[in-house]
Design a protein around this ligand. Structure first.
Ligand code: AMP
Ligand code: MG
Length: 499
C-alpha cells in the first residue's frame, strides 16, 4: 500500500535499477511482520542519507523498516543473480530474503541502495523462508559498522527491527529485519547470471549501468569494458588487502557475495582472527578451508576471473582475442594486491620508505606470530607502543608470544631497520596507530552481545560494543575488556551463517 501521509516523503527515492528490463529482478513488496519493534537506528547514517531520524523512529518509519509499509517512491524488487558457491555453479540465486526498496542520493552525491534483509519470501527463495534471525542481523550490524569505523569499504546498517515473529531454524528463533545500505547490490554473480543465459543485451545494459554508477571514468576509456574490469580488480585488490591488514575473514567469498562496487558485502560467518595463522577458518560451513584467511587474495583472483569470463562477449567479438586480452589483465591482480598489502604491512611496522629486505622482515614477524600463537590485533597495536630505539617496554608485545624470545630476536632486526628510516619514532607511531586498531569486533564479545539480546532481550551489551567499535583507533582505557583476547574458555572456534 502506498504511503499517503500528508507531508514530504520519508525517503527521496531516485531509482535507476528498477528501470532496467524486467528480467533483472522480480517486483514484489516485502511481506509484513506481526509486531515491529525498532531495536536500533543508525542516526548518523540516516542523516548522511538525508533521512530524518525522528521520523524513522515514529510508527510510520518503523513500519517501513519492518517491511509493513511501502514508502512513497519505492519500487520494491528482488534482484536476480547467480554465483559460484564454494566453487560450484548455481545458475539461479537472487535475493531470496531481501527486497530493494529503492535508491537515494546521499549528501556526497553518491547513489545508495536501501534494502530490507529478512523481509519475506521472493521468487528466488528456493526452500528458504525469506526471513532472518535476530542474532545474525545483530552480527551483520556490529561487524559492518565496525568495518566502516576501520575505514574499510563496506555496506552499512541503517536499522534493526525485531519482527515479533518466530522463525524455525534448528530451534525457534526471534526474527528481525536489517536495513542495509550499499553503493549497490550488484555482484559478480549478477554478471554471471546473464552470461550463463547468453543474454548479451542484458550483459551490456548491466555493464553500462555499473560503469555509469560506479566507474564513470571507464566510460571515457578506449575500451570501457576492460576499464570496468580493471576498475573492479583495483578496488578488490585494495579491499582484500585491507581485510588482510586487520585480520578479517569473510568466510563465504562466493561470487554472489562479491560486490562490483568494491564494498565488503554479505556478512555471514565472518570473523576477526584472534591468534594469527594463515590457515585460520571460523565458518562452520567451510569444511575444507577454501575461504581461510590466507586464501582470500587467491579466491578474490578466482572470482575476478569469473567476472572476466562473464564479460568475454563484450570484450571482443573473436573469443580467442577476448580470452587473451582478459587473461593479460587478470594476470596483473596478484601484483596489484601485493602492492597494497605490502605497503600497508610495512606501514604497520613503522617503515615508510621501502628498503631492501622489508618484505622479508615482515614475513619473519608473521612466521613467528604463527608459531607462537600471537594475537594479531594486539601484536600490531603493541608495536606502535614500543616503536623507537628503546626496548624498555617490549614486554607489551613479547608476552603475546608463547616463546617471548622469538619476538626478541625479531625485534633486534626491526630496530636496526627503524634506525635506517627517515621518520622520528613519534611520526612512525602515529602512522602505525592509524592502521592498527586497538579494538576489533572480537568473536567472543560479538557472541556475548548477541546472546544477551536473543536470550534475555538485553540490548545493553550490543549498544556498548557498538560504541567501543565506533572509535577503534582510540585507546579507550576504560574499555580494556573489549581489547583483550578471549580467555581459553571464551575462545570462539566456529561461526555460523544462520540462514
Ligand atoms: P547467503 O549465503 O546469505 O549469501 O545466501 C545465498 C543465497 O541463499 C541467496 O540467494 C540468499 O538470498 C538465499 N537465502 C539465504 N537465506 C535464505 C532464507 N532464509 N530464505 C530464502 N533465501 C535465503
Ligand atoms: Mg549472499
Amino acid at each position: 500500500m502506498p504511503d499517503t501521509a500528508d507531508r514530504a516523503p520519508l525517503f527521496l527515492f531516485d531509482n535507476e535499477y528498477a528501470q532496467l528490463p524486467e528480467r533483472f529482478f522480480a517486483r514484489l513488496p516485502p511481506t509484513p511482520v506481526s509486531e515491529p519493534r525498532l531495536i536500533r537506528l543508525n542516526e548518523g547514517l540516516a542523516r548522511d542519507l538525508g533521512l530524518d531520524p525522528q521520523r524513522l523512529r515514529m510508527p510510520e518509519g518503523v513500519e517501513v523498516l519492518a517491511g509493513n509499509r511501502v514508502p512513497e517512491g519505492a519500487e520494491p524488487l528482488a534482484m536476480a543473480y547467480a554465483g559460484y558457491q564454494f566453487g560450484n555453479w548455481v545458475p539461479q540465486l537472487g535475493d531470496g530474503r531481501a527486497i530493494l526498496l529503492g535508491e537515494v542520493v546521499d549528501g556526497n552525491g553518491v547513489r545508495r541502495d536501501v534494502q530490507l534483509k529478512g523481509s519475506g519470501p521472493t521468487p528466488f527463495s528456493r526452500s528458504g523462508d525469506g526471513r532472518a534471525a535476530l542474532g545474525p542481523v545483530l552480527r551483520e550490524y556490529i561487524i559492518s559498522e565496525a568495518m566502516w569505523a576501520l575505514g574499510i569499504p563496506t555496506t552499512r546498517s541503517l536499522a534493526v527491527v525485531a519482527t515479533g515473529d518466530e522463525i524455525r531454524r534448528e530451534t525457534n528463533l526471534p526474527g528481525a529485519v536489517l536495513t542495509r545500505i550499499a553503493q549497490s547490490h550488484i555482484r559478480v554473480g549478477t554478471f554471471q547470471f546473464f552470461a550463463a543465459r547468453r543474454d548479451e543485451e542484458a550483459l551490456q545494459l548491466l555493464a553500462n549501468h555499473v560503469i555509469a554508477r560506479h566507474y564513470p571514468e571507464a566510460a571515457e576509456a578506449e575500451h570501457p569494458i576492460l576499464a570496468l574490469l580493471a576498475g573492479v580488480m583495483e578496488r578488490q585488490a585494495e579491499l582484500i588487502a585491507r581485510w588482510q591488514l586487520v585480520g578479517f575473514i569473510h568466510g563465504v567469498m562466493n561470487t554472489d557475495n562479491m560486490s562490483v562496487a568494491g564494498e565488503t558485502i554479505d556478512y555471514g560467518p565472518c570473523a576477526f582472527m584472534d591468534n594469527y595463522h594463515p590457515e585460520t577458518v571460523y565458518s562452520s560451513i567451510d569444511r575444507w578451508g577454501r575461504y581461510a584467511y590466507g586464501n582470500q587474495p587467491a579466491i578474490a583472483h578466482w572470482n575476478l576471473a569469473g567476472l572476466a569470463n562473464a564479460l568475454l562477449p563484450l570484450i571482443a567479438t573473436k573469443p580467442e582475442t577476448a580470452v587473451a586480452v582478459a587473461q593479460e589483465l587478470l594476470g596483473t591482480f596478484p601484483q596489484r594486491f601485493e602492492s597494497f598489502y605490502r605497503a600497508g604491512l610495512e606501514r604497520k611496522l613503522g617503515l615508510s620508505e621501502r628498503q631492501e629486505g622489508d618484505a622479508a622482515l615482515a614475513e619473519a614477524l608473521l612466521a613467528r606470530m604463527a608459531e607462537n600463537q600471537a594475537d594479531f590485533t594486539l601484536t600490531f597495536r603493541g608495536l606502535s607502543e614500543i616503536v623507537g630505539p628503546s626496548a624498555a617496554n617490549d614486554e607489551i608485545v613479547r608476552r603475546l608470544f608463547e616463546d617471548p624470545s622469538a619476538f626478541d630476536e625479531w625485534a633486534v632486526a626491526w630496530r636496526n631497520r627503524l634506525e635506517r628510516g627517515e621518520r622520528s619514532p613519534a611520526e612512525c607511531r602515529d602512522d602505525m596507530r592509524s592502521l592498527s586498531p586497538a579494538f576489533v569486533p572480537r568473536n567472543h564479545r560479538v557472541e556475548e552481545a548477541i546472546d544477551a539480546a536473543v536470550a534475555r532481550d538485553d540490548f545493553e551489551p550490543f549498544e556498548q560494543l557498538l560504541e567501543v567499535l565506533a572509535s577503534p583507533f582510540d585507546d579507550q582505557p576504560s574499555q580494556q575488556r573489549y581489547a583483550a583476547p578471549p580467555r581459553p574458555e571464551e575462545v570462539v572456534r566456529q561461526t555460523f551463517c544462520g540462514t
